[in-house]
Design a protein around this ligand. Structure first.
Ligand code: ASP
Length: 439
């Protein structure tokens, strides 16, 4: 068995966390390829090393003194090195970084050092080989990842290395220019490594015990999702649930490698398995609930709308021409409603309305703001009768007025629109009926 293990910033923020990570890796000899993030926050008000590097480099870029800030970063690493009792120094690396900052090597180079240096410590601590991601993660000159070349380089390097550390988040172009992924991008590195070595499992270690059924800021200690499909995860992520960088799914999904989300602080927890498909019946009819506030519904009415060919297209082009994307579009015979993001729409509202009037000549347009959308997602809904009935009776009992209903034809999700002020109560009611009532 071959496992790729990626550890997030909070799992590597201090020597104490490194020790936990070391124990996790050593507990399973299959954990052969390790992808570390940069040190994250040690406590809630702390600053991530990546952010320290960005601001330190900004000073360098403006030609201001930055040594003090760079020394603070060095201190963060030295604390870890000393806490692990390693005989090892990053002095030479910091001299190089200082020179590169003076030469204005770029903010991507600066940010990448967070992972690079943490990777060096990790390799030393574990006795694993260190492989600089600049040699194996290849970017095109436009900043997108060259996944094919990356796969080839990773496979080639890792064939020779039984155990290795590959820092996350960055790579380089063919000319050696360091490029980073977007924030949280170490997840992508882990996924690329897993694909290249044809891993049996990609473990993504973080500070939560997996994907939660819903937002813990709304429901205290929600249940953990045991198994979720990529499709379900995507639906929930789109509605704001975040566990993994979105682009991390693609490489492993294509290769059929499952992702296991695990908690470094509670390694005994099984976490969540993310898989392509599964015959495992979900614990509850639904897999997860996610949602977002801040939508506007633009309701458009016109007599005989149903028989006017091209009406919908003309309305939508008014949004498109103004650069506004829409989220949902429920319609009736002579009405259609377009859901858009309030903050995006507000500043262009008058222009959009004028364009709809000009292009589609509706009878009336009225708008309702401060709406929220909630996605109730679950592969189990397809085979269960009465899900919608239970959902809407739960909302009715909680005195919540449902403004919109949209069920995808895949029966994987039901989207409902409610007022912003009803958002939390609606999620509570849905959680109670599908999860608490089934516990
Ligand atoms: N260190 C980077 C960040 O803070 C990348 C990562 O942690 O995945 O975004």
């Amino acid at each position: 068995m071959k496992k790729v293990v990626k550890f997030g910033g909070s799992s590597l923020a201090s020597a104490e966390q490194f020790i936990k990570v070391g124990n996790i890796i050593r507990a399973d000899k299959d954990r052969r390829y390790v992808v570390p993030s940069a040190p994250g926050k040690r406590f809630p008000d702390d600053t991530k090393v990546t952010d320290l590097l960005y601001s330190c480099y900004e000073l360098a870029e403006r030609g201001q003194a930055f040594t003090k800030q760079l020394n603070q970063i060095k201190e963060r690493y030295n604390e870890i090195i000393h806490g692990l009792h390693l005989k090892f120094s990053l002095d030479d690396d910091f001299d190089t970084i200082k020179k590169k900052f003076l030469d204005k090597a770029g903010s991507m180079y600066a940010a990448s050092r967070g992972e690079y240096l943490n990777g060096k410590i990790m390799a030393k601590y574990l006795g694993y080989e260190f492989i600089d991601a600049a040699n194996v993660i290849r970017f095109h000159s436009d900043g997108t990842c060259d996944t094919e070349k990356t796969n080839q380089l990773l496979a080639q390097y890792l064939e020779q290395a039984e155990y290795a550390v590959i820092p996350g988040f960055y790579g380089s172009t063919v000319n050696g220019k360091v490029v980073t992924f977007s924030r949280g991008g170490s997840d992508i590195t882990g996924s690329l490594v897993a694909k290249a070595v044809n891993a049996d499992l990609y473990e993504n270690w973080t500070d939560v015990s997996g994907c939660l059924v819903t937002d813990p800021r709304i429901i205290k200690n929600p249940e953990v999702i045991h198994t979720i499909t990529y499709m379900e995860l995507r639906e929930l992520a789109y509605m704001g649930a975040s566990v993994l960088h979105e682009d991390a799914i693609f490489p492993v999904r294509k290769a059929g490698i499952p992702i296991n989300i695990r908690n470094t602080n509670r390694p005994e927890d099984e976490g969540t398995m993310i898989v392509e498909s599964t015959c495992r019946i979900p614990a509850y009819t639904i897999t997860g609930i996610a949602g977002k506030k801040g939508f506007v519904a633009v309701n458009i009415e016109k007599d005989m709308m149903n028989s006017e060919i091209g009406f919908g297209r003309r309305v939508l082009s008014a949004f498109e021409d103004n650069g506004i994307s829409f989220e949902h579009m429920p319609s009736g015979i002579d009405t259609m409603t377009i859901f858009v993001h309030q903050d995006e729409f507000q500043e262009k509202e008058q222009k959009v309305i004028a364009d709809i009037n000009r292009l589609a000549k509706p009878d009336t347009i009225h708008m309702e703001s401060d709406l929220a959308l909630i996605a109730v997602v679950g592969r189990g809904m397809k085979s269960t009768r009465g899900t919608a009935g239970r959902l809407f009776s739960a909302l009715a009992h909680a005195h919540i007025n449902v403004k919109m209903i949209d069920q995808g034809s895949s029966e994987l999700n039901i989207i409902i629109g409610v007022r912003n002020e009803d958002f939390e109560d609606a999620i509570q009611a849905i959680y109670n009926i599908f999860v608490v009532a089934q516990l």
